[in-house]
Design a protein around this ligand. Sequence first.
Ligand SMILES: Nc1ncnc2c1ncn2[C@@H]1O[C@H](COP(=O)(O)OP(=O)(O)O)[C@@H](O)[C@H]1O
Ligand SMILES: O=C(O)C1=C[C@@H](OP(=O)(O)O)[C@@H](O)[C@H](O)C1
Ligand SMILES: [Mg+2]
Length: 168
Amino acid sequence: MPIYLTGMPGSGKTVLGRALADRLGRVFIDLDEEIEKTSGRSIPKIFEEDGEDGFRALETEALRGASERTGAVVSTGGGIVLREENWRIMDDTGLVLFIDRPPERIAKDVNPGHRPLLQGDRNKIFDLYRARETLYRGRCHIVIPNAGDAQVALETLVSVALEHPMRL
Ligand SMILES: Nc1ncnc2c1ncn2[C@@H]1O[C@H](COP(=O)(O)OP(=O)(O)O)[C@@H](O)[C@H]1O
Ligand SMILES: O=C(O)C1=C[C@@H](OP(=O)(O)O)[C@@H](O)[C@H](O)C1
Ligand SMILES: [Mg+2]
């Protein structure tokens, strides 16, 4: 059963997920990377050609595939929380963590270029946060603070993951 990292774009899911998988000796799956690999297109290109709905369908497909990978660490895209079907897959198969990074810190260093929903404007992070915070915080199984040094967040992730061996 996998461990899912959810949270805002720029909250650290990909970087921390990869580091966590390395520490645990587990398979790492980043859903965006899977989608780009399978479709042969970049995320922005998919948004441009298929729209957000087309991207969300590919995202659910990638999540379903990842949900069958025993013990994987799965870094999701920030919008995974928008679809009930995605919650059903994650709740039924694994441990759902929320990487809780304050929007002020995200807005400082997020790369809006590769994230179509930000439309090149890093301040859109605050709109997204207002729209989604309750989805992340209210439905995840465990909140992982990521407000300071990334290393501290990683150590928290490692100890939480080790407390839930069956989930992995
Ligand atoms: N606690 C932190 N301190 C400093 N930079 C961080 C921290 N957490 C994440 N980052 C940085 O934020 C950027 C986005 O991280 P990423 O893993 O790509 O986010 P996500 O996959 O959630 O969109 C990366 O440059 C990452 O190094
Ligand atoms: O928040 C979102 O809706 C999205 C976040 C992105 O992933 P990251 O959270 O890794 O940036 C990517 O899936 C796509 O641009 C949509
Ligand atoms: Mg990511």
